[in-house]
Design a protein around this ligand. Structure first.
Ligand SMILES: Nc1ncnc2c1ncn2[C@@H]1O[C@H](COP(=O)(O)OP(=O)(O)OP(=O)(O)O)[C@@H](O)[C@H]1O
Length: 625
C-alpha cells in the first residue's frame, strides 16, 4: 500500500491574513470552511463593503458560527432581504472553479443542475470530495481557510494531527484535525466521509461538535474543525499530581454515558472509547471525540461489521472472538474498563496481543462455560478457548473500589454482551445515586492543558534523560536502567508490583509498560500496538522502535465490514505511523500476534510472546542509543 503522506507542511495549509504571501497561497485552496447562514443584512453589507472581492466576507456575513443547510441558504437567498448574500455566496463559491469574473460565474451557477453534487461544487467543494463524499457534506457551505491561524500542535492521532487554531472571524480558539489521505484516493475519502456523516447526525452536549471543514489541494489534507477542549482524559489522568475525586469520576462517567446514550439512540456505535478520545474542557464538560471508527448499527444486528475495532485494552471479548454482529455492548465494555481504570489509577487489562488481551479478560471476568464453547460459531473461538475455565473475580480484584462503582463495573464487564445492559440503565445505577453524588462539572478544578500528547512528551523526555544517564554509566547500568515491559503475570517472584496512583487495589494483573497510571498507554516505551506489530511478523528478528510503533492494534479485516451506512463506506486502515492517514484496506490485514494453536498452552504462548517482546524492545533501544 502506498504512502499516505501529506505533501504539504502544516504551515502550507493555513493562511494567515496579515501575510500577503500566504494570502496568495490561500487561493490554492479549493474548498473553504463551512460557513453558516447570514442572519443580519447590515452585517453582511458592512462586511461586503470592507472586503469586496474576498472569500472571507461570506464567512463574516454569516456571523461566524453555526452551519446552515445549503437549501435554506438558497431559499433565503432568493428573497430581497438576502439577495446580496446570495450573490456573495455565489462569487465565493465560484472563486475556486478557476474563473475570474462574477458574470461568468453567475451564468454557471444558474446552469448548475439541482443535483446534490452540482450544488456542492457550486458551494466550493472540490470534485474529488463531492464525487465520493457528497452525502457527508451535502447542504453545507465552505468557509475560507485563511480565516484560521494555526497555533501549536496539540494532538497526534493515527490518522491525523490536531492543532489549536484561532478562528480569525470569531476570535474563538478551535481545534483543527488534519486528516491525511492517500492522494485523494476515493476509498480514503470515504473513510473520512463516514466520520463527517456520523458527526453530523449527533447533537449532544457530551459529543464533540463538528463546526466546520476545510480541505487543501496543496497537501491533500482535510481539516475538521471542532470546538477547542483543553484536556483529554488520558492527558489529565496521566498528569503528575492530579488525583480524581469520587464525585469527579462520577461526574465524568455520567457525562460519558449520556454522550454514548445519545450515540446509541441515533444508531451509532463509537467503537473506540478510550481516555484520549474523551475530551474535557476547563468548565469540566466531557465530550466524546474521534468518531473515526464509528459506524451505524441496528439493534437486530443484522449487518456484519468488522470485529477489529476498539483499542486493544478496551476491546470487548466478543470482538476478540471475531464477532461481526455486535451492538452497543461493545462501547459499554470500553466504558467499564474506563470506570475501573479511573478508580484503579492504571489500565486494568493492558494486553499487548489479542491472545494476551483475551487471557487477561478471562482471568478477571471468567471464561465461558464448556457449553458456550461447544455451541459458539465465533470464528476465533477455537483459538482462544482456554485450557481450563477461569472463575470471575471482579469483586475480589477491585475490593477497594467504592461498592456502587464495583456493581457498575461488574455489570459493564460482563462477558455476555446482553448482560451489560445499556447506557440508559448504567445511568440509572446506584453509582450515580449514592453519596458522594456526582459533582457539578463547573466545580471541577481548572487544570493546565493536559493532552495525551503531553503525557507522551513527558514519557519521551523521561526516557531520553534515562538514556543520557545510562550512557555515562556503562553496560551494567544499561541493564538496570532498562524498563522492559513486563506482562504482570510474568513479573518475577519478589519483584514489586506496580502500585496504583489513586486507589490501592489488588489487581492480579498490573499495568504493563512504564506508563503506570493509565490512559497514556499509547506512549509506553513499547506501545502494545507496536509490540503487536513485531509479533505480527512473528518476530524472528527484532525491529527498530520506530517500526514497532508504526502499527495499531485494531487492524481491520478487509472483507467483513458490510455495514448499513448509507455511505457504503469501507473501514479505515490502522497504521500508527504518523505519516499515514486514511487509506484503503487492501493488503492491510495484520494480526497482532499468532492466535492460540488449538490445544496449545496459553501460558507457554504468552511466555514466548514476552520473550520476543523483550528481545525486540532491547534491540530497538540499543539501536537507538
Ligand atoms: N476538539 C479538540 N480539542 C482539543 N484537543 C483535541 C480535540 N480533538 C482532538 N484533540 C486532541 O488530539 C488527539 C487526537 O485526536 P483524535 O483522537 O481525534 O485523532 P485520531 O487520529 O482519530 O486518533 P486515534 O489514533 O486515537 O484514533 C486527542 O487525543 C486530543 O488530545
Amino acid at each position: 500500500m502506498g504512502c499516505i503522506c501529506s505533501k504539504g507542511t502544516p504551515e502550507e495549509d493555513f493562511q494567515i491574513n496579515e501575510n500577503s504571501e500566504r494570502q496568495k497561497e490561500s487561493e490554492k485552496f479549493s474548498v473553504q470552511l463551512i460557513a453558516p447562514f447570514p442572519s443580519k443584512r447590515e452585517e453582511i453589507e458592512a462586511d461586503i463593503g470592507r472586503k469586496e472581492g474576498s472569500v472571507r466576507r461570506v464567512l463574516k456575513a454569516n456571523g461566524g458560527s453555526g452551519i446552515v443547510p445549503l437549501q435554506e441558504f438558497e431559499r433565503k437567498g432568493s428573497t430581497n432581504e438576502n439577495r446580496q448574500t446570495n450573490a456573495n455566496y455565489k462569487r465565493s463559491a465560484t472563486m475556486d472553479l478557476g474563473g475570474s469574473g462574477d458574470q461568468r460565474y453567475m451564468g454557471r451557477i444558474v446552469s448548475i443542475p439541482h443535483s446534490s453534487e452540482g450544488e456542492l461544487i457550486v458551494a466550493g467543494w472540490p470534485q474529488w470530495l463531492t464525487s465520493v463524499a457528497g452525502e457527508a457534506i451535502k447542504g453545507w457551505l465552505p468557509r475560507p481557510a485563511d480565516s484560521f491561524k494555526k497555533l501549536e500542535k496539540i494532538g497526534q492521532g493515527t490518522y491525523s494531527t490536531v492543532y489549536r487554531a484561532l478562528d480569525l472571524e470569531t476570535g474563538k480558539t478551535v481545534a483543527m484535525k488534519k486528516v491525511r489521505f492517500v492522494s485523494m484516493d476515493p476509498e480514503s475519502v470515504r473513510f473520512m466521509a463516514r466520520e463527517i456523516h456520523i458527526l453530523r447526525k449527533l447533537d449532544h452536549p457530551n459529543v464533540l461538535k463538528l463546526e466546520a471543514i476545510v480541505t487543501s489541494t496543496v497537501s491533500g489534507s482535510l481539516y475538521l474543525v471542532f470546538e477547542y477542549m483543553e484536556h483529554d482524559l488520558a492527558g489529565l489522568a496521566g498528569r503528575p499530581g492530579i488525583k480524581f475525586t469520587e464525585p469527579q469520576i462520577k461526574c465524568y462517567m455520567q457525562q460519558l454515558l449520556r454522550g454514548i446514550e445519545h450515540c446509541h439512540s441515533r444508531g451509532i456505535l463509537h467503537r473506540d472509547i478510550k481516555g484520549s478520545n474523551l475530551l474535557i474542557n476547563n468548565s469540566g464538560l466531557l465530550k466524546i471525540g474521534d468518531f473515526g471508527l464509528a459506524n451505524f448499527f441496528k439493534p437486530d444486528q443484522s449487518h456484519a461489521l468488522t470485529s477489529r475495532v476498539v483499542t486493544l485494552w478496551y476491546r470487548a471479548p466478543e470482538l476478540l472472538l471475531g464477532c461481526t454482529q455486535y451492538g452497543a455492548a461493545i462501547d459499554l465494555w470500553s466504558i467499564g474498563c474506563i470506570v475501573a481504570e479511573l478508580f484503579a489509577g492504571k489500565p486494568i487489562m493492558p494486553g499487548r496481543t489479542e491472545v494476551e488481551q483475551m487471557h487477561k479478560i478471562f482471568k478477571l471476568c471468567g471464561s465461558p462455560s464448556e457449553d458456550f464453547w461447544q455451541k459458539t460459531k465465533l470464528p476465533h473461538a477455537t483459538s482462544f478457548k482456554p485450557q481450563f475455565q477461569y472463575k470471575r473475580c471482579v469483586y475480589e480484584t477491585f475490593k477497594n473500589f467504592p461498592p456502587t462503582s464495583l456493581a457498575l463495573v461488574d455489570k459493564l464487564l460482563a462477558v455476555a454482551p446482553k448482560a451489560r445492559g445499556s447506557a440508559t440503565s448504567a445511568l440509572q445505577s446506584e453509582f450515580f445515586k449514592t453519596e458522594p453524588l456526582p459533582c457539578e462539572p463547573s466545580s471541577i478544578p481548572k487544570y493546565p492543558p493536559s493532552k495525551e500528547l503531553d503525557a507522551k512528551m513527558r514519557d519521551e523526555e523521561e526516557r531520553r534523560r534515562r538514556a543520557e544517564a545510562v550512557k555515562g554509566r556503562g553496560p551494567e547500568s544499561v541493564r538496570r536502567g532498562t524498563r522492559d515491559v513486563k506482562t504482570p503475570e510474568f513479573v518475577a517472584q519478589g519483584q514489586s508490583k506496580i502500585t496504583s496512583t489513586s486507589n490501592n487495589y489488588d489487581l492480579h494483573d498490573g499495568a504493563a509498560g512504564p506508563k503506570q497510571n493509565g490512559f497514556s498507554h499509547s506512549m509506553s516505551v513499547a506501545h502494545p500496538c507496536a509490540v503487536e506489530a513485531t509479533l505480527s511478523k512473528n518476530v524472528g528478528s527484532a525491529r527498530s522502535i520506530n517500526v514497532l510503533r508504526a502499527q495499531k492494534s485494531h487492524l481491520p479485516q478487509a472483507s467483513v465490514d458490510m455495514s448499513n451506512s448509507s455511505l457504503k463506506k469501507p473501514d479505515r486502515t490502522f497504521s500508527k505511523d504518523s505519516t499515514v492517514g486514511y487509506g484503503p484496506r487492501k493488503n492491510r490485514i495484520h494480526y497482532s500476534g499468532p492466535l492460540m494453536p488449538p490445544g496449545g498452552n496459553m501460558e507457554d504462548l504468552l511466555k514466548e510472546h514476552e520473550r520476543q517482546i523483550q528481545q525486540a524492545v532491547r534491540k530497538a533501544r540499543l539501536e537507538k542509543y
